[in-house]
Design a protein around this ligand. Structure first.
Ligand code: SF4
Length: 317
């Protein structure tokens, strides 16, 4: 990584007292763990669109496709105010080169998934909406990795989101280093196993795109590559996909490792597949063999070290 990694975060998650009741929703995993690797760009849509602290709580009301943003008790309508703010803010954030965004769940302004939308009649709510600012972000930056803080407590979601963020930063680093066709081939070669671990179909599509890319205008080629690359990484990796990748990796050692070493690695991959050990266990042995047998192709694979080991993203079963 060459540059700092900026991610947007709902401001209350950083401990800022911006909630309607004057409180916050400080998330220590975000500030204490992720804070060592990322530079945060805090956003509180409700305060930044001009509302005070404290203020009346708000909710989404009305048509699921087209809800309004109303205060819960007095029904004051802030829809236009929030829409205008969101349109301005996404333009401002465009210049900040964010590599991801973590939203506060359930918020009518910041929630990304399944935010309650209340029918005007006051019947029970349906959890199907999206907060106004989160919706504007998702529309303006469809490739940007985005998650909610609640879902980040799930180790699989956390691993995939953060892998996506680091991958996006790698792509931005590549773009900032005067990219050309030869450099794209080298970039793609380093990502191959990571892509395979997320989406074998995208791995094949991107391979074809790069192979035939010399005939394409560079700008178009890079735009097409970015869309497919980010699409690939938005697919979750899985035990089955990782197992396939590790079996593929074994092919690079097969004439070099001893029968005992091969047996040991096969057992660890099997244990991983059965949910007995985390991914980091077979990968630690693979990394050992990569160093021991000086396997040039594997040494360059991002898959073997896609994010800082200290984040322990591959330590869950
Ligand atoms: S959820 Fe969003 S709008 Fe509400 S306090 Fe947090 S940052 Fe502000």
């Amino acid at each position: 990584m060459q540059a700092e990694i900026k991610i947007g975060v709902s401001s209350c998650l950083l401990g800022n007292p911006v909630r309607y009741d004057g409180g916050h929703k400080h998330d220590r995993y975000i500030t204490d763990t992720l804070g060592k690797y990322f530079k945060f760009v805090p956003v509180c849509p409700e305060v930044e669109c001009g509302l005070p602290v404290p203020r009346e709580a708000m909710r989404l009301v009305g048509d699921i496709e087209n809800p309004r943003l109303l205060t819960s008790r007095s029904g004051q309508d802030y829809t236009e105010q929030m829409q205008q703010f969101s349109a301005r803010k996404v333009e401002e954030l465009e210049k900040m080169n964010l590599c991801g965004f973590i939203f506060k769940k359930d918020s009518p302004s910041s929630g990304l998934f399944r935010v309650k939308v209340y029918p005007p009649s006051g019947q029970s709510s349906l959890k199907v909406g999206r907060g106004f600012f989160a919706a504007a972000m998702a529309e303006r930056f469809p490739q940007l990795p985005m998650e909610e803080e609640g879902r980040l407590h799930d180790p699989l979601i956390r691993e995939n989101f953060l892998e996506h963020v680091f991958s996006y930063r790698r792509w931005r680093d590549f773009l900032e280093d005067r990219p050309d066709y030869k450099k794209l081939i080298a970039f793609h070669t380093r990502q191959k196993l990571l892509l395979m671990a997320h989406s074998p179909p995208h791995y094949a599509i991107l391979g074809k795109l790069v192979a035939s890319g010399k005939k394409q205008p560079k700008k178009q080629l890079l735009e097409d590559y970015e869309i497919k690359y980010m699409d690939a990484l938005s697919n979750f990796s899985s035990i089955k996909k990782h197992t396939n990748v590790m079996q593929h990796i074994m092919g690079y050692f097969k004439d070099r490792i001893t029968p005992d070493e091969k047996q040991e690695l096969l057992e660890l991959i099997w244990n991983y597949r059965e949910g007995l050990v985390p991914l980091t266990v077979p990968l630690t042995l693979i990394n050992h063999y990569v160093r021991k047998y000086d396997t040039a192709y594997l040494k360059k694979q991002v898959y073997l070290s896609p994010h800082p080991a200290e984040l322990m993203l591959r330590n869950h079963v």
